[in-house]
Write a protein that binds this ligand. Structure first.
Ligand SMILES: [Zn+2]
Length: 349
């Protein structure tokens, strides 16, 4: 029996030394190491044989096996040193003039960059950045915003209602937010004046997708509520924000528009910066681009927020981020933003 263990140990020694010496890289060395020391490795096999020996022999063989183990560890370490030195060597025919491979670096999407620029511009005018959950209720999404009970947007073909609350109503009927405006009433209820805040975020619509429609997209709302806020102050606010974002004077015009939660409501256009108002493919040759709806919060919205409409008024805008980015870079196809095409996106890094 003693002979058998000795023979096995000497065979392992010979084979192990050979494999360690011939390992061409660190990976190969790792494989040899697990072959020797792993749970099913050669050394483990020998250790299983040792208890079968007589008591004196056990001690002697145990010592020999232990010495072999230490021997392997020492020559593996030496081989690692050798391989590392070799890897650091540069061969004589290495061509320093060949360009290297640039690692890929990430960057912010142009719409995200625009969102951050707007945040900075609004913050400089004393606005707070407000965020809330993607899930809202019929109460905040529709009831508080003066949507009539039979408004089509309340139907499940337009809004994603949460399954278990479908047959409930008001605060108990939950949905993915179909617009950001519901956040305004919650903000007004939970904060103290002065009310000046923006709330960027993703909204969800249950509609089939095509070139102009997505099921989820970004909105950027801003609301100011205070006594005696005039339209002209609102227009100056928009012009100031756009000038800060574009670094130049931006013409703005307001046209009448209808939304349930504002009275009166506006469509706000900015002068096309690609053609300076002369007409181009980006502005469809009219010189103006529709960039945001807006208006004064409807008295019912202010009441829902617990404010007296005779005392408070204000100004809403919902900025179309992609339109602004199109203006910034003169891009004429909105689908490029959602294409995930790196040839397009890498230009903005
Ligand atoms: Zn134009």
């Amino acid at each position: 029996m003693k002979e058998t263990v000795e023979v096995i140990l000497s065979a392992i020694r010979e084979n192990g030394e050979e494999r360690i010496k011939s390992a061409a890289n660190i990976e190969e060395l790792k494989i040899v190491k697990s072959m020797l020391f792993g749970k099913q490795g050669k050394m483990a096999e020998v250790m299983k044989e040792i208890p079968k020996l007589s008591v004196e022999m056990r001690a002697q063989m145990g010592r020999t096996a232990n010495e072999l183990k230490n021997h392997f560890i020492a020559i593996i370490d030496a081989r690692i040193e050798e391989l590392l030195l070799k890897a650091a060597e540069i061969s004589a025919d290495f061509d320093y003039s060949v360009p290297g491979t640039m690692p890929l670096s990430g960057g912010l999407h142009p719409i995200t960059q625009m969102c951050y620029d707007l945040n900075d511009a609004f913050r400089s005018l004393g606005f707070e950045i407000f965020q809330e959950s993607d899930i809202t209720s019929e109460l905040y999404g529709f009831d508080c915003l003066n949507f009539p009970p039979d408004h089509p947007a309340r139907e499940s073909m337009d809004t994603y209602w949460l399954k278990d609350s479908e047959n409930l109503s008001g605060a108990e009927r939950l949905c993915l937010r179909p617009h950001l405006t519901g956040a305004s009433v919650r903000y007004l209820q939970t904060h103290k004046p002065p009310y000046r805040f923006v709330y960027p975020g993703r909204v969800f619509r249950n509609e089939s997708t095509d070139a102009r429609h997505e099921r989820a997209f970004f909105q950027y709302e801003a609301l100011i509520v205070q006594p005696d806020f005039t339209f002209s102050a609102g227009k100056i606010m928009i012009k100031t924000i756009l000038s800060k974002v574009f670094g130049r004077e931006v013409p703005v015009r307001m046209r009448a528009g209808f939304f349930p939660f504002v009275e009166p409501g506006f469509e706000i256009d900015m002068g096309c910066l690609v053609c300076n108002g002369e007409g181009c493919s980006v502005c469809k040759h009219v010189g103006w681009i529709e960039i945001m709806p807006g208006g004064t919060p409807h008295p019912n919205v202010l009441r829902a927020a617990g404010l007296d409409p005779n005392e408070y008024t204000g100004f809403y805008v919902n900025i179309g981020l992609d339109r602004l980015v199109m203006m910034r870079y003169g891009i004429d196809d909105v689908r490029l933003f959602h294409s995930a095409d790196l040839r397009f996106l890498n230009q903005f890094n």
